[in-house]
Design a protein around this ligand. Structure first.
Ligand code: ATP
Ligand code: MG
Length: 225
């Protein structure tokens, strides 16, 4: 029994979606700290297929998925959920949440983890106002992003925000919970840029991920040479 004040391990399904292009220690540390804080057996990483809000990345969905698998292979507290990559539809969180809700049933708590940057961009997501009827949103701070919501987000947050973890874990959906973890100023953009410039991203991402990038010459590695 971990988690909230000696409570039994909770049965919430907690997941973090992303392009993971590539996965890095900012994602992994966030997921592990949340797994411990929430007292769930596992936090699931859900790589997206075609990212709807950005240019198609230079890597394939399968390559991004493989890097996530390599990154968590030795960590039982982190799992990989490949439902978006396996799907033949674009990766809309709404569709993912509906499929998860169907599997979990109406009562089990379902938590979607978002970094602050992703949370602030939520109103641009397909069907975003329906999401909170399917899951809780756990917002983690991210260095460089300050919570300065536009009017829409301000109203949304005020309507749903709680500071009580017990409240979240006692309900299937409907709450926004902001949480501060070890701040790690790492982004996949930074890693792609380092690799493209011939510099090592070592210690920003797991070694097996860096080896995979080298093997498959991702992100323009060695292109000029
Ligand atoms: P990119 O630079 O390509 O956008 P990224 O580092 O932001 O990559 P994503 O795959 O876009 O990674 O992020 C997936 C999720 O992880 C998002 O909710 C994002 O906010 C969160 N996240 C990414 N990096 C961090 C970090 N260093 N700390 C906390 N959350 C993070
Ligand atoms: Mg991002």
């Amino acid at each position: 029994a971990r988690g909230v004040e000696g409570a039994d391990a909770c049965d919430a399904y907690v997941f973090m979606g992303g392009t993971f292009d590539p996965i890095h220690h900012g994602h992994l540390r966030t997921a592990l700290e949340l797994q411990q804080w929430l007292g769930v057996d596992q936090v699931w990483l859900v790589p997206s297929r075609t990212p709807p809000h950005r240019d198609a990345p230079g890597t394939t969905s399968e390559q991004r998925l493989e890097m996530v698998r390599l990154a968590v292979a030795d960590e039982p507290a982190l799992g990989v959920d490949d439902r978006e990559v396996r799907s033949d539809r674009p990766s809309y969180s709404l569709l993912t949440l509906r499929s998860l809700r169907q599997e979990l049933g109406a009562e089990r708590p379902l938590c979607m983890v978002l970094g602050m940057d992703a949370y602030l961009g939520l109103p641009s997501w397909h069907g975003w106002e329906e999401l909170i009827g399917l899951c809780h949103i756990i917002v983690v701070r991210r260095p460089g992003y300050i919570y300065e919501p536009q009017a829409t987000m301000g109203r949304f947050t005020r309507a749903h925000e709680t500071t009580s973890l017990a409240a979240v874990l006692g309900m299937p959906c409907g709450r926004v919970l902001m949480h501060e973890l070890t701040p790690l100023s790492i982004s996949a953009t930074q890693i792609r840029q380092l690799v493209a410039r011939g510099l090592s991203p070592r210690y920003l991402c797991p070694d097996p991920v860096w080896h995979y990038i080298q093997q498959h010459r991702l992100y323009g590695l060695n292109e000029g040479s």
